[in-house]
Design a protein around this ligand. Structure first.
Ligand code: MSP
Length: 504
């Protein structure tokens, strides 16, 4: 059997703050996508991690009265624990303070230096520490950083520069010969527009900072944190430490990123790779922000939402389903507690939860608790075919909300099929058996399609309808074809999967 490789990354998160809703959102999208690809039969490598060097972290450690190493050692595990709690199935977690990362970053710096694309130069400019990036006067918004609305610092240094300006044409040519590399598609115009404005060389080293990776060709400088951070995508898979593994996984299939870090990922990063003689990524999936009350979360606005509080209240799958379904990937979304309660109640309690409970109750009462056979020509079979095709197509272009919408279409059709036939009112017999066989089969298909979003619940429904195979060993599309429900399996009711919530 042919096995595809699928290498997927999230951004690596700054450890100056604890994991919040925005980090959780990006990571959950990554996890669902990774799980989806495993169901497709791909060999998946799903990477996440933490970005631990640079001035911002140094300053956070100073403010906490501790060393940067001790500081990062205390925060990085909070991300690891949060992802465990959210059922994130990452294959690896990279910290940029690890030795495997250091050797890889140094190798990359040396390769760009040897290619003649890194040179010593003088620079003076305006720096935003929160962004860890330089701006020109024109970029500023009332003299403030356009992203953080905070004052920028005037910095004058002798630094090593990456000659980004040399890559304009190569980048434009690359993007025009790789259509579809960036999804959603409109984002690529932003990238091209940025490149066409003219690219400035950027500094890749800092002399005034010690919290970073020394340049291999001049140890009096440390690497600029973005050069260091971007390299995680190759150092984690062995660049500089394990060539065979690196060749097995690179180029990456999708970098999941937020819209705020496009410039780094779609301009700097491919240019750095081209300079070092490494192939650019195959794809980027750019997400919007999950806003809270219409604003980006920040400590100063006091609107930071801790995802783990929501997990305590709505369950891991309730929370995962909400973030995946409520926002169209690529657009901004707005988190509200009311929105979460309402989506949880309508889609999970009333639709999926109700379907599972109903099916088990009626099979219990009218079919002796034993699963019956679906009709090969049931009208639901056609619904299932459409739902499967649409779900596959939407995951393919990294649109989880639309994929789930397609899957939920089959749940709604199945509930409607039951309401039209009212098997709970009918006499036990062949008619009821067929209606319930149809419902069981639709539920089986839906459960497998929904697994990447709500893995624990999907496993539980799978078990309750009498499936004995391991759900993760199933394959899409082979196992979501109509007519495979194992007739005669015991069906169990169990507790409500998603108890209804009322607004607190
Ligand atoms: N450390 C850099 C990324 C380096 S990747 C080589 C960084 N870290 S971050 O922690 O500030 O943000 C990481 C990602 O989380 C970004 O893609 C950002 O868009 C995303 N989010 C941060 N807040 C967010 C929301 N409120 N909503 C959605 N995503 C958000 O940038």
């Amino acid at each position: 059997m042919w096995v595809g490789k699928y290498y997927l990354t999230t951004p690596i998160y700054y450890v100056n703050a604890q994991p919040h809703l925005g980090h959780a959102y990006t990571t959950i999208v990554g996890d669902a996508l990774a799980r989806w690809h495993r169901l497709l039969g791909d060999d998946v490598y799903f990477l996440t991690g933490t970005d631990e060097h640079g001035l911002k972290i140094q300053q956070a450690a100073d403010a906490a009265g501790t060393s940067p190493q001790a500081f990062t050692d205390s925060i990085a595990p909070l991300f690891q624990k949060a992802w465990e709690r959210l059922n994130i199935s990452n294959n690896d977690f990279i910290r940029t303070t690890e030795p495997r990362h250091r050797v890889g970053v140094q190798k990359l710096l040396q390769a760009c230096f040897d290619a003649g694309d890194i040179e010593l130069d003088k620079y003076s400019g305006l720096y935003c520490v929160a962004c860890e990036a330089y701006f020109t006067e024109d970029d500023l918004d009332n003299n403030l950083c356009p992203i953080h609305k905070r004052p920028v610092e005037h910095v004058e240094e002798e630094n090593y520069f990456f000659r980004l300006s040399r890559f304009e044409q190569r980048l434009i040519d690359w993007y025009s010969s790789h259509p579809g590399a960036v999804v959603p598609e409109h984002r690529v115009n932003e990238v091209i527009g940025f490149i066409k404005q003219g690219l400035q060389d950027f500094s890749v080293s800092r002399k005034t900072l010690t919290w970073g990776i020394p340049l291999p060709f001049d140890e009096s400088h440390v690497a600029y944190v973005w050069f260091d951070a971007l390299a995680n995508y190759i150092t984690a898979i062995g660049y500089g430490s394990d060539d065979a593994k690196f060749n097995e996984w690179w180029p990456v299939n999708h970098h999941l990123i937020g819209k705020d870090i496009i410039r780094f990922h779609n301009v700097y990063w491919p240019a750095m790779l081209m300079s070092a003689g490494i192939e650019p990524p195959k794809g980027w999936a750019v997400g919007g922000w999950l806003l809270v009350g219409g604003e980006k979360m920040s400590k100063t606005s006091g609107n930071v939402v801790n995802p783990l509080d929501l997990v305590d209240e709505f369950g891991v799958d309730g929370f995962r389903y909400y973030v995946l379904s409520d926002t169209t990937y690529g657009n901004d979304g707005d988190f509200t507690y009311e929105g979460l309660v309402s989506r949880y109640n309508s889609d999970l309690a009333n639709n999926l939860g109700n379907l599972a409970a109903r099916v088990a109750t009626v099979v219990g009462k009218k079919c002796n608790g034993v699963g019956t056979a679906p009709d090969p020509n049931s009208p639901l079979a056609e619904h299932a075919r459409t739902a499967v095709a649409d779900t596959i197509a939407q995951w393919e272009i990294v649109q989880p909300s639309r994929a789930l919408e397609a899957t939920w279409g089959l749940i709604r059709a199945t509930n409607a099929h039951l309401e039209n036939n009212e098997p709970w009112k009918a006499e036990a017999g062949p008619l009821v058996d067929t209606v319930m066989g149809d419902a069981l089969e639709a539920l089986r298909i839906v459960t497998l399609l929904a697994f990447p979003a709500i893995p624990d619940t999907a496993r539980e429904i799978w078990r309750r309808i009498g499936m004995t195979t391991d759900i993760e060993s199933c394959r899409i599309p082979a196992d979501v074809q109509w007519g495979q429900y194992p007739v005669g399996s015991p069906v169990e009711k169990g507790d409500p999967l998603f108890p209804r919530r009322t607004l607190a």
